[in-house]
Design a binder for this molecule. Structure first.
Ligand SMILES: Cc1ncc(COP(=O)(O)O)c(C=O)c1O
Length: 398
């Protein structure tokens, strides 16, 4: 009989233990906390004022239509649902725009980022990508796994709550032709601090002058200033730079999360056909074709004027609630004033890991170790208790 305890060939001998995602242990700690007043500011999903993350009514209606009308589950191609890609195109690029981008449906924004990185690494071994610090914690590891060389620029200082725009421009003035530069389209994760339009203009002009390639990660369109406003930086980039990659997620702004609904749009000046063929081959060798359901539901929403209006209204309700909570926090404590001018789900407080731990231990306030808070975790009733806990924590008597 085979002795499974002593494998003959050490196939896995090179594996290093990997730390579990800290968010998962935070979820468990929160779940097991018996305190009634506990506050979850951790996981990055939208919540309404009851703490729920409901399915959009427009998506429910689209799913009903899908259930009744879908007559086959036969394979689509590696590009996924073409109708979804076409209907989403004007949402991203503006009416009548973006026709020169090749689109492919991906499993979430994460799949789009991975595909973009693999495409770049296939085009230039060890290609360089510049990204801001801090950023979504998956960006760096994802790019490295795909074979890119990751360089960083300072983006945000949590203590002053300001963008490090001069540092950013200084570093970006050294990028070389063909380098990728990652930019968050809107609602920066984890800081909520977005470039202003004039800053977008400066960055875009610099990247265009240096021949660098913007990779725009747009995962929260519609949750900041509005659907078109949140794509304004991206659209400037598209006007200025010949080669642009857009990694898009519908998982937040259509509330689809686990349905893994994203898209990659690529315009590769001088290389469009070969880039498109490589994208399809990468998809075929990674997930063959993307999961259908979420993209089909988005397509059905966007095909219908009525459902599109309903979706926009639902998204607007979310956006307004986030902004109202930002105002309430800013008004409750002057130290939280910067949150007022930031956007989307997140803010990054200048708390040490020990202070974050104290917020959890002594006040049942749960947040990520970096000090990132999810603004959607608040309700009007929890703002004051949070401010009191923060105050106690910052005074060191937590
Ligand atoms: C900045 C950013 N990009 C991409 C993603 C990936 O989104 P998805 O869940 O669609 O893979 C996230 C998700 O949290 C994100 O915050």
């Amino acid at each position: 009989m085979t002795d499974v305890a002593t494998p003959t060939r050490a196939l896995f001998a090179g594996l290093q233990p990997q730390a579990p995602d800290p968010l998962l242990s935070l979820i468990k700690l929160y779940r097991d906390d018996p305190r009634a007043q506990k506050l979850d500011l951790g996981v990055g999903v939208y919540r309404d004022e009851t703490g729920a993350t409901p399915v959009f009514a427009s998506i429910k209606a689209a799913e009903q239509i899908l259930l009744e009308t879908q007559d086959t589950k036969a394979y689509l191609g590696p590009e996924g649902d073409i109708g979804y890609l076409e209907r989403l195109r004007p949402v991203v690029f503006g009416a009548g725009k973006g026709g020169d981008f090749f689109g492919v449906q991906t499993p979430g924004g994460t799949g789009a980022l991975r595909m973009a990185a693999e495409l770049a690494a296939a085009g230039t071994a060890g290609a360089r990508i510049w990204m801001g610090a801090p950023s979504w914690p998956i960006h760096g590891p994802l790019f490295r796994k795909a074979g890119l060389t990751v360089e960083t620029f300072r983006y945000f200082d949590p203590v002053t709550q300001r963008l490090c725009f001069e540092d950013m421009m200084d570093t970006l003035s050294k990028v070389e032709a063909g380098d990728l530069v990652l930019l968050h389209g809107a609602c920066h994760n984890p800081t909520g601090a977005d470039l202003s339009l004039s800053q977008w203009g400066e960055v875009t002009a610099l990247l265009a002058a240096r021949g660098a390639v913007p990779l725009i990660d747009l995962a929260y369109q519609g949750l900041g200033l509005g659907l078109d406003e949140d794509a304004a930086g991206l659209r400037m980039t598209v006007e200025a730079c010949p080669t642009v990659l857009v990694a898009y997620s519908c998982d937040k702004n259509f509330g689809l999360y686990r349905e893994r609904t994203g898209a990659l749009y690529v315009r590769a000046a001088g290389y469009q056909d070969v880039a498109a063929s490589n994208i399809l081959q990468l998809a075929r060798c990674a997930w063959s074709m993307p999961p259908d359901h979420g993209a089909a539901a988005v397509r059905i929403v966007l095909e219908s004027e009525g459902l599109t209006a309903q979706w926009r209204a639902e998204l607007e309700t979310m956006r307004l609630r986030l902004n109202a909570m930002r105002v309430a926090l800013a008004e409750a404590d002057p130290r939280l004033e910067p949150l007022r001018d930031q956007f989307g789900l997140f803010g990054l407080l200048p708390l040490s890991p020990a202070q974050v731990e104290a917020m959890r231990r002594d006040h049942a306030v749960y947040m990520v170790g970096s000090g990132r808070i999810n603004i959607a975790g608040f309700t009007p009733a929890t703002v004051q208790p949070f401010v009191q806990a923060l105050d106690a924590c910052l005074k060191g008597d937590a």
